[in-house]
Write a protein that binds this ligand. Sequence first.
Ligand SMILES: Cc1cc2nc3c(=O)[nH]c(=O)nc-3n(C[C@H](O)[C@H](O)[C@H](O)COP(=O)(O)O)c2cc1C
Length: 304
Amino acid sequence: MSSQLLFNPIKINSLTLPSRVIMGSMHVGLEGEENGLEKLIAFYTERAKNKVGLIVTGGAAVCPEGSGGLHFMSIYNDEDVEYWKPLTKAVHEVGGKIALQLFHAGRYAYQALTGCNVVAPSAIQSPINPDKPHALTAEQVQETIAAFASAAKRAKEAGFDAVEIMGSEGYLINQFISPVTNEREDEWGGSFENRMRFPLEIVKAVRGEVGSAYPIIFRMSGLDLIENSTTEAETLTLAKELEKASVDLLNIGIGWHESKVPTISMKVPRNRFVPVAASIKNRFQFLSLLVIASIILLMQNKSS
Ligand SMILES: Cc1cc2nc3c(=O)[nH]c(=O)nc-3n(C[C@H](O)[C@H](O)[C@H](O)COP(=O)(O)O)c2cc1C
């Protein structure tokens, strides 16, 4: 892609972005500080003023047990709608666009920080967490899907221009998709069709709340970097099914937090994992959805 094209507008569903530069989700921890919201507003508006087409916030927990830690962003209370309005207003005032990331940590949550039981598809402990998770009951699975949907509705009411569903990096949704963390024997586990039911039902429930015109981004794992985890063929099937389920944009994440392979920038060569996003994009030439890679936004919309 030429650098000029990077700064051309692009349409995602009904939303026009001023450029194709997307600031990926990063939990910066400012909200836990004194005057945290004001600091977060200053941080994001600075990026919006400087030609970032879309900012994706750090993860916002869709329910208390899904939180990533102390002072973590949340979107599970009705009060959260009013709380986030000054942020979306400020970004819009400088011409920017901002999406909220809908987040559930699953077995990566710490009981000492959330005050809740740690939950996951199955009671399989993560090597990077001292807490053993409880397997979600079938009823709790439905409640969690509903929590994502209510969170999306609140995000839209708070003025966010889009939502990003966090389905990568080994968090709850990823834990359902992978056979390493999902040993359920009900309709949510076993075959790949069953393991991808959770993300697909979340997308459908979110779409039901936000309407057909609102942009939904799904952050999916392009590569888990975990032994015996999701295969390449399964990853490609998931991408296809997510598109059918009405996702507008795929953001390709790399690696789980417990992976032994470094994935965060400064520890890996620049653009090292872009080919993973490119291969998902190239396998799906017939699709109209867009694909994001870290560093570069890869366009797949034939009209662009
Ligand atoms: C401090 C920090 C916080 C992050 N928080 C999130 C997050 O809340 N949600 C998310 O999807 N990714 C999060 N990430 C991952 C980044 O979005 C990105 O995938 C990662 O940094 C690799 O991309 P890069 O090479 O551009 O840094 C975080 C990364 C860092 C360094």
